[in-house]
Write a protein that binds this ligand. Structure first.
Ligand SMILES: [Zn+2]
Length: 404
């Protein structure tokens, strides 16, 4: 088989990704043990391993100890530094581009903050420029890049590589895969940001070794990534996971989707800030009233949490109500799918103001069998979770037989 360096054309053999998977999980490992574990014949393993060595993806080293027969076996490991993956996280407020090794270790991280909403052409240009910048800064040749993974908010069709609808960026039907592949001549994968995050949690975070869990991400919007039977569930429409538009209060505030009382309209960062602003307009008592007297633009989640920590009753009430709405939606999801873990992502979970009422509502509204213990945890991947998810699209493809 002839490989085209830097592309996946030569990597499509299922046996080869099976071998990569075994070396990734069990390495350093000998050829004989790979044959035993994969049930492939030793000559097949030998041939495929040699190809991986030629490609520099696998490296050989002599074992430190003999296997009893006096000869030290040759052990195989993955060369995680041989190639790179570019990860892109595109949201309304930032474009983040990272360069990662094949094990998800980020070696360069560039964040561009967006002050105003970019037009479609500007948005595409920014992504292209940022990717070029990261590659140039680290002097990486395109042939060394396995792929560019993109995590994008909103509805995404990963098969077609299209951002169907990104509400916060006001973009529709953007063929991002085609555009970036044309520009860089590198394979591109695109996925919804929270589904990408769920994949990152599965590989590197709180979802490791767990076959069924749900990631719920709260920022300007609210989304979820559902992992069932060790796979990220997408549905045949590729749009599964929109927990933000499940309704928690039919008389609730208007959502940008057109309905009333969606979770996103009740509990997202935007909803929390809007609610506080409204209460202040009604002259409700709060320590933020004086602090923001002349400039409501300065109202931020940070400032709001600071007020809550200082005991500001209005802020605490608003955060509690957000937590309750999130708890109801999560309890509904738990009753439907019975995941063994819920992973919460977002800065609003950093203190207990939102987290505790959320947990109480889950306790109250989810039906549990005697043996069922559902863990509710915070993501530990931090702000890099989404962009790591973008990188993981390719890590998953490389190391999982038939991955993604
Ligand atoms: Zn909605």
């Amino acid at each position: 088989m002839v490989y085209t360096t830097g592309s996946f054309e030569g990597m499509k053999s299922l046996n080869q990704s099976t071998i990569l998977n075994v070396i990734h999980n069990q390495g350093p490992i000998s050829r004989a043990n790979i044959a035993k574990l994969t049930k492939l014949t030793p000559p097949t393993v030998g041939g495929l391993v040699n190809e991986l060595i030629d490609r520099n993806l696998v490296i050989e080293e002599e074992a430190l100890q003999t296997n009893g027969g006096g000869r030290r076996p040759i052990m195989l490991s993955i060369n995680y530094s041989a190639y790179y993956i570019v990860g892109v996280y595109a949201a309304a407020e930032i474009i983040r581009v990272v360069l990662s090794k094949l094990n998800g270790e980020i070696i360069f991280d560039y964040v561009q903050k967006l002050a105003t909403l970019p037009k479609e052409e500007e948005f595409i240009e920014m992504i292209k420029e940022n990717i070029s910048y990261v590659l140039e800064e680290k002097e990486v040749d395109k042939k060394q890049v396995f792929g560019i993974g993109v995590a994008m908010h909103g509805l995404v069709d990963p098969d077609k590589g299209i951002a169907i609808f990104a509400p916060h960026l006001q973009l529709r039907n953007l063929p991002l895969k085609e555009i970036l592949e044309k520009q860089f001549d590198i394979p591109v994968m695109i996925e919804n940001d929270v589904r990408a995050l769920a994949l990152a949690e599965n590989w590197f975070g709180q979802g490791q070794g767990i076959s069924d869990f749900i990631c719920i991400s709260v920022g300007r919007g609210i989304g979820s990534g559902i992992v069932l039977n060790s796979e990220v569930y997408k549905s045949s429409f590729n749009t599964a996971g929109e927990i933000g538009h499940t309704v928690v209060d039919i008389n609730g505030p208007k959502c940008h989707c057109g309905n009333n009382g969606c979770l996103e309209a009740c509990a997202s960062e935007t909803a929390i800030l809007d609610r506080l602003d409204e209460e202040l307009k009604l002259d409700q008592d709060s320590i933020l009233k004086n602090r923001l007297e002349n400039n409501r633009q300065e109202l931020s989640i940070d400032l709001l949490f600071k007020a809550a920590r200082e005991g500001d009753a209005l802020t605490i009430k608003i955060l509690e109500e957000s937590g309750k709405s999130l708890g109801i939606a999560t309890a509904n999801m738990i009753n439907l799918l019975k995941p063994s873990k819920i992973i919460l992502e977002g800065q609003i979970f950093k203190d207990d103001f939102v987290f505790n009422p959320l947990q109480q509502m889950i306790e109250q509204y989810s039906l549990k069998g005697a043996q069922e213990e559902i863990q509710i945890v915070r993501s530990e991947l931090g702000k890099k979770g989404m962009v790591l998810g973008a990188v993981t699209l390719f890590i998953n493809k490389l190391f999982m037989p038939g991955g993604l």
